[in-house]
Design a protein around this ligand. Structure first.
Ligand code: HGY
Ligand code: MN
Ligand code: MN
Length: 592
């Protein structure tokens, strides 16, 4: 019989525990302790309460909980001696039919893992989508996690235990996170398009206006039209995909929303795209219910945010704010192709770009859903977070110029070594940015052009990405770094060129919109965890012309991003869609 929240709230402590028996492997104490935290407003709140019971139980009880778990494809599996839930999960992930090589590999991994950490490897083998990881994914995860620090693995085993419990609870409640499944399935399908040189290696890279990029745009247009029921769908002059779902009055103000569909190199499949899929799933729900809101919804898949193919970043959202800089059209990619040519080859009309600027008076504001791209929600075991402010940033491309000379005959005190100068500066950036928590500094690209193993580097090119919670902190760090660069070049007899390629102001969330996200998250029975944002987002661009606020979704694997390990669960994606739907209900109620 399917569980529901109300009878669980009303049940006796023993009855409550009995109905939740087996949710945590051989550890009834967890549900027994959770009974005292009733009543629960939602399944999500019940799940969080169970997490908190374990969190409050202390390390010994947590260690016992981890040790209560069977090994993957271990002796208990072979002897068919697993509890029903674990047996079902391991069978569904195919662990009952391992090849001899896979069995041997898993036994060795189990032994090595237990020898290193002193507890068994725990993995939610049904995975983020709930349908089961492949054996290859399980083994790869096992091997990757074997290399972690013991403290990280202790916490990661607990997070996987909570994910196992979540999936078991979903099953007991007969709850399928269908909205979240749709989001994950869209993400997987869109990730099939990738640029040459990456696609062959199974890596996701979609840079501005490549064939893969255009295929993504077409796919988004198709889904918006065929699956979601948008009224108007199209691609604009810079390649943004724009879907409009009208309100009761087609001239009513609109909520602007969305995120980017381009990616960094060897990316994850949720950065940006999640913020397109979540509002798409909302429109799909509204259209299926034949509901019209008192405002329109304008969902934008921004064509370019990452600044990978061309130096200009946030190009898609800049076009909407009226800040598209025509000089960007002359920027060339690594193959020398000017942006102008790429836009024309994509069949887009450069002359139309200025007309993309939005009249902010016609919009209520801008909201963006995005993966956190950091470890905070993952460590707090929270599915959602509310952004309080987005860090401001500035980016430079620097070239230090010295003198190439013979590596063997040039005395160390007579060199004009550009690479060593760059290294000295980067160590300064690390020290300076590390001197205050509000600031971060990164050199993501570094090269000795046409370098040779036996030549003192005459040139060294690198990028600088400096960010801070406030513009003042960002600018102070920038001043110090550029002054140090000048001192290093002076002392070493070198010169340098510096090109500023991007500058974005810090963007505090608009209070009214941040409050709406907070209420939306609380409506799910979850705490409204407020947090700053270190990454750049299209919302910081839209912040220049209208109020904005963002919702964060927890990332798995310590929230890693700009990396193929980027992942979210179907349950968390489902909560994000439900939070978004609640925000739409709030706006509807406010409009009277
Ligand atoms: O760099 C950033 O923070 C964003 O991913 N473009
Ligand atoms: Mn990104
Ligand atoms: Mn992003």
């Amino acid at each position: 019989m399917r569980l529901t929240i109300e009878p669980l709230n009303a049940a006796s402590r023993d009855e409550f525990a009995r109905r939740l028996d087996g949710i945590y492997e051989h550890s009834p104490w967890i549900v027994e302790h959770a009974a005292a935290r009733r009543p629960f407003a939602s399944l999500a709140q019940l799940k969080l309460a169970l997490v908190e019971v374990v969190r409050d139980a202390g390390r010994d009880a947590q260690l016992a909980l981890i040790r209560a778990h069977p090994e993957l494809a271990g002796p208990a599996t072979a002897a068919n001696a697993l509890p029903a839930e674990s047996a079902h999960e391991q069978v569904k992930a195919g662990l009952a039919e391992c090849t001899p090589e896979q069995s041997a590999r898993l036994q060795k991994l189990n032994a090595d893992y237990r020898a290193k950490f002193g507890f068994p490897f725990v993995l939610a083998v049904l995975g983020p989508r709930g349908t089961g990881l492949s054996k290859a994914e399980i083994i790869a995860t096992f091997e990757r996690r074997l290399g972690h620090h013991p403290d990280y693995e202790f916490a990661e085993c607990l997070r996987n235990i909570h994910r196992i419990a979540e999936l078991r609870l979903d099953d007991r409640f007969g709850f399928e996170p269908a909205l979240g499944n749709r989001v994950l399935d869209w993400a997987e399908a869109l990730a099939r398009h990738s640029d040459p040189g990456y696609a062959e290696r199974g890596q996701l890279t979609v840079t501005y206006l490549t064939a893969a990029h255009r295929a993504c745009a077409r796919q988004l247009v198709d889904w918006m039209r065929a699956e979601c029921g948008f009224d108007e769908v199209g691609t604009d002059a810079v390649g943004n995909v724009v879907g409009v779902y009208h309100g009761t009055d087609t001239y009513a103000k609109r909520l602007l929303t969305g995120s980017h569909y381009d990616t960094v190199r060897n990316a994850g499949r949720y950065d940006g795209r999640l913020g397109i899929f979540v509002p798409m799933a909302c429109v799909r729900e509204l259209a299926r219910a034949r509901r019209r809101l008192p405002f329109g919804l304008e969902v934008v898949g921004f064509a370019e945010e990452e600044g990978q193919r061309y130096k200009a970043g946030f190009l898609g959202s800049s076009a909407l704010t009226g800040h598209f800089d025509a000089a960007w059209l002359d920027q060339r990619d690594a193959d020398g192709v000017p942006m102008r040519a790429a836009i024309e080859r994509a069949g887009l009309a450069i002359a139309d770009i200025p007309r993309l600027a939005r009249d902010a008076s016609k919009y209520l504001g801008f909201v963006e859903v995005h993966i956190e791209q950091g470890p905070v929600l993952n460590e707090l075991d929270l599915p959602l977070g509310i952004v309080t402010s987005i860090n401001g940033g500035v980016r430079f491309l620097v070239e230090i110029i010295g003198m190439a000379s013979h590596a063997g005959t040039t005395p160390m005190d007579r060199r004009r070594d550009a690479a060593v100068a760059a290294a000295e500066l980067l160590l300064y950036v690390e020290k300076r940015a590390g001197s205050e928590p509000a600031v971060v500094g990164t050199a993501g690209m570094l090269e000795v052009p046409n370098g040779s193993i036996n030549v003192v580097p005459g040139r060294c090119r690198f990028s600088l990405d400096l960010r801070a919670t406030t513009d003042a902190a960002r600018d102070a760090c920038t001043r110090d770094v550029l002054a140090e660069l000048a001192r290093i070049c002076e002392r070493r007899g070198l010169r340098c060129t510096i090109e500023e390629t991007m500058r974005l102001a810090a963007a505090p969330s608009a209070p009214a919109w941040q409050a709406r996200w907070e209420r939306a998250v609380q409506s799910l029975g979850l705490p409204a965890h407020r947090m700053p944002c270190g990454a750049g987002h299209d919302a910081m661009k839209l912040a220049q012309i209208m109020p904005q606020a963002m919702l964060f979704v927890r990332g798995l694997n310590a929230g890693i991003s700009h990396n193929p390990l980027e992942a979210i669960t179907n349950d968390d994606a489902d909560l994000a869609v439900r939070a978004y739907l609640n925000l739409l209900e709030q706006l509807t109620a406010e409009s009277g």
